[in-house]
Design a protein around this ligand. Structure first.
Ligand code: COA
Length: 382
């Protein structure tokens, strides 16, 4: 045994890669101290106000906003791709009903590869086609899986409707109101990309090995499913339901914080001001509540926001107000994370296309903090 054998080291490397720039990208930028989010040069506030999800998808993939004819062409391609292969619907029927919908989505997306004869071709042309197809089919898969677990048949997609309307229609079996469809469309715009968040980084790491788009996206869904990432929105609503009434809120939160419990929907790895997406979602949560004649969840959310600012100085993130917005829209809690994926598939694929276009295998180093030169003893001598 040498002197160094049991020496322990303290890591000096950046924990969780905070603040480490690992590559260049034009897809989006998060300016944490200003609370700014930009997609391919356009500010999120302007896109949320004036754009549609399909326009944003085109922008993320092509680095420019579409002309009318280009947008029509994209919408036609999406409409044509809505329906998923029948064996995938059969697969969804085999999955246990209690499975978490985000895991069902991950499994179905992985299996989609088997029905794409060009799955191994990672040229930009073929990968862009796959990006459009995946964007079209995520809503179909999520809606179909939800109906199947409820003992219902999937609803056929409507090729002429946009992704937001079509998803809500396939989920509920009836067309949404114009207002709900609009709110949902803007929610998709707001969640479409967010620089190198955990799932996007995962997608790029996998694409960086030149694995195909299905493998990259499947891995990204796995990363998204965790409670510290895309799983937070479901947990926000669970917390609000657990609190139950605004009069219990303050004592509940204080107790939870004293027990070092994290309150979902607050804090962010990059933003040090308000998450610009939360600004729009707060307004939707309010309006949805007012239209439904029940602002309970909005009011509880506002109070929770006030308590978290006072107690911890933390702002709400994208997941916070999306929870009460989707709840009032009548969407089951465990679909909030798959809905995040229905939007984020556009960002993931934009990053995968960018990765393929100028690829370098992503292979960082770890700072080794374990012992060295330990003496090896045969098994019956230990
Ligand atoms: N509730 C309570 N305390 C929180 C908190 C939360 N949501 N988020 C951060 N904190 C506290 C931590 O406990 C820690 O306190 P300490 O220094 O006393 O130990 C401090 O703030 C820093 O937290 P940390 O987790 O290290 O910050 P981060 O920048 O690495 O984390 C998140 C960012 C998003 C992972 C974190 O804020 C979080 O877990 N939020 C809840 C999950 C969530 O909403 N995720 C969706 C993100 S879009």
């Amino acid at each position: 045994m040498t002197d160094k054998a049991n020496e322990s080291h303290t890591a000096t490397a950046a924990t969780g890669l905070r603040g480490v720039v690992v590559g260049a990208s034009t897809v989006s930028d998060v300016v944490g101290d200003k609370g700014e989010l930009i997609y391919q040069g356009y500010n999120i506030h302007e896109l949320a106000k004036s754009s549609t999800f399909e326009e944003v998808a085109f922008l993320l993939w092509n680095k420019c906003l579409p002309r009318r004819s280009e947008l029509d062409e994209l919408k036609r391609a999406i409409g044509e791709a809505y329906a998923v292969p029948k064996p995938i619907i059969d697969l969804l029927r085999q999955i246990p009903r209690e499975a978490d919908p985000i895991d069902v989505l991950r499994t179905a997306v992985s299996a989609l590869e088997f029905y794409d004869p060009e799955a191994r071709n990672i040229s930009r042309e073929v990968s862009l086609k796959a990006s459009i197809k995946l964007t079209a089919q995520f809503p179909t898969l999520v809606a179909a899986a939800d109906r199947i677990r409820r003992g219902l048949d999937p609803v056929e997609p409507l090729p002429d409707e946009n992704i937001a309307t079509n998803f809500l229609y396939m989920l509920k079996g009836e067309k949404p109101s114009e207002y709900d469809a609009h709110v949902f469309d803007v929610c998709l715009v707001l969640h479409a990309d967010h620089e190198l968040n955990a799932s996007t980084f995962t997608a790029r790491v996998v694409a960086g090995t030149l694995a195909n788009i299905y493998a990259s996206v499947t891995a990204a869904i796995g990363a998204l499913s965790g409670p510290l990432h895309g799983g937070a929105n479901t947990n926000v609503m669970k917390t609000l339901l657990e609190i139950g009434d605004i009069k219990n809120l303050e004592s509940f939160i204080k107790q939870a914080l004293a027990a070092k419990r994290k309150i979902m929907g607050f804090g962010h790895a990059v933003y040090r001001t308000e998450d610009p997406r939360a600004t729009h979602l707060r307004q939707f949560s309010k309006e949805m509540g007012e239209r439904a004649g029940d602002t309970k969840w909005y009011e509880m959310s506002r109070k929770l926001e006030e308590v978290m600012m006072r107690e911890k100085g933390l702002y709400p993130n994208v997941d916070f107000f999306s929870a009460s917005t989707y709840y009032v829209m009548g969407i089951p809690l465990d679909l909030y994370t798959p809905i995040f994926a229905i939007s984020r598939i556009t960002g993931w694929t934009a990053h995968i296309l960018e990765q393929y276009a100028d690829n370098k295998l992503i292979r960082p180093r770890a700072e080794y903090v374990g012992p060295r030169n330990l003496r090896y003893f045969a098994i019956d001598k230990r």
